[in-house]
Design a protein around this ligand. Sequence first.
Ligand code: NDP
Length: 323
Amino acid sequence: MAADKNQPNRITELFGIEYPIIQGGMIWCAGWELASAVSEAGGLGVIGSGSMYPEVLKDHISKCKAATSNPFAVNLPLLYPDIEKHVESIIELGVPIVFTSAGSPKKWTSKLKSHGITVAHVVSSAVFAAKSEAAGVDAVVCEGFEAGGHNGREETTTMCLIPSVVESVDIPVIAAGGLYDGKSMLAAMVLGAEGAQMGSRFVATKESSAHNEFKKIVVELGEGGTSLTLKELTPVRMIHNQFYRKVIEAYEAKATNEELAELLGRGRSKKGMFEGNIDEGELEIGQIASMLQKIQPAGKVVIEIVQQYTDTGGQKLGKRFEF
Ligand code: NDP
């Protein structure tokens, strides 16, 4: 069986990578060590700039460039307060690819592209995919309800989202949400995606900058251990810990949006994912964490995915594929 018809693959050509495997640019987890390890293994490593002060991002970009000569990207949440400074650093330091998310791609795409930067935008619906294409992005990432962290309000699953996004645009589509191995990647490719973005799988790696306590919880999590909540603020999928239970109690007490915002406070995700306060922090991870059992080196993860992809019937990927 050769289920996917994606050779030659527009995503590998667009990004100049071996394998159409993109590591999600997760806040507090995706620093230069993770991004460079994924890029070195032939995937696309992505630095998550949403949790980095401007000087911190510069440092991560410089270290990533020193650690790999392969292409890598920066994820830029468009709500980021100091976005102008991030964009300046990205241009100044010659980052070749940017993934924008959480906002309209209209404002920054043309500026980034005028500096020769390839732009992909993350969407949760076919309507936003079409708007992103009209704004001039080179590719879209369609991220379904299963994904961790900030997520679409419509709750469209990856399985439903991929075909509708693929129909709505001509640019290549990268699937995200619920993907973690070669089989799930192949399923996404059969539905018309040309690349697979994985976040949770790469949180559980040696090189991820997440706190070890968070990584441990991720690999021990059972099915049904996360929910998408706080839609009144920004929808976010998180683990059912003590803080999540407080959110549920607040809903039961009919909390106002202001009270929910006060309960969330500032820096909850840092507290949980980076500082390892697993009770009080916001622990953002995708549903697929229930399938993860071990913390692995990121390069090994890439190779395992590629091997399983072809073993399951996907076409051979990349020149360095030798098993
Ligand atoms: P909060 O408002 O709760 O806290 C801000 C956090 O971001 C703090 O921990 C702060 O670090 C850090 N930070 C880094 N740079 C800055 C800056 N220039 N100004 C202020 N704070 C900064 O936000 P969240 O923790 O929920 O989210 C942080 C960022 O990540 C936001 O920009 C958000 O849009 C983005 N995000 C993106 C996601 C995505 O899916 N792409 C998912 C979740 C968040 P310190 O505590 O050291 O001051």
